[in-house]
Design a protein around this ligand. Structure first.
Ligand SMILES: *[C@@H]1O[C@H](CO)[C@@H](O)[C@H](O)[C@H]1NC(C)=O
Length: 134
């Protein structure tokens, strides 16, 4: 066997070992519109460095959600921009630091009239205010 092909085989074996033994569990972010009324709806745009999830309209009492895995170096970060009529907000919804607060891989947010709430093991904690756009 040539040196380069044995290198390739070692590399593939090690890659398989890492992806099967060290791949992170699936994580799930859910953002629910619990605003005070149906109009205006919630508009959101979430993205990571590698993955733009696009712009979505979320009606009252409905949710937008997605699943992903943390990358191997743990640098995965998702942020979202939100518009609700003349108000807007933007913040990081998933990072390694946010993941430390939870154990179950479920990252749940509610958009309410006074801002955004994050579910920490059953408790809804306010994490972000709305700002006015002019
Ligand atoms: C949304 O949910 C609230 C609280 O459960 C409920 O009072 C309201 O009727 C719902 N509205 C719609 C349009 O589903």
């Amino acid at each position: 066997m040539t040196r380069s092909s044995s290198c390739l085989i070692s590399f593939l074996t090690i890659s398989l070992f890492f992806t099967t033994c060290f791949s992170f569990p699936k994580l799930h972010v859910t953002i629910t519109n619990t605003l005070p009324g149906p109009d205006p709806p919630l508009i959101l745009h979430c993205k990571s460095k590698d993955n733009d999830l696009g712009i979505h309209t979320v009606l009252l009492n409905q949710s937008y959600d997605w699943s992903f895995r943390m990358n191997l170096i743990g640098s995965t970060l998702f942020s979202c921009d939100f518009v609700w009529g003349k108000q807007h907000a933007g913040f990081v919804v998933f990072s390694k630091d946010i993941a430390k607060k939870l154990h179950n891989g479920e990252f749940m947010y509610q958009a309410r009239g006074d801002g955004f709430y994050f579910n920490v093991n059953g408790d809804w904690q306010k994490v972000q205010d709305w700002s006015w756009s002019y």
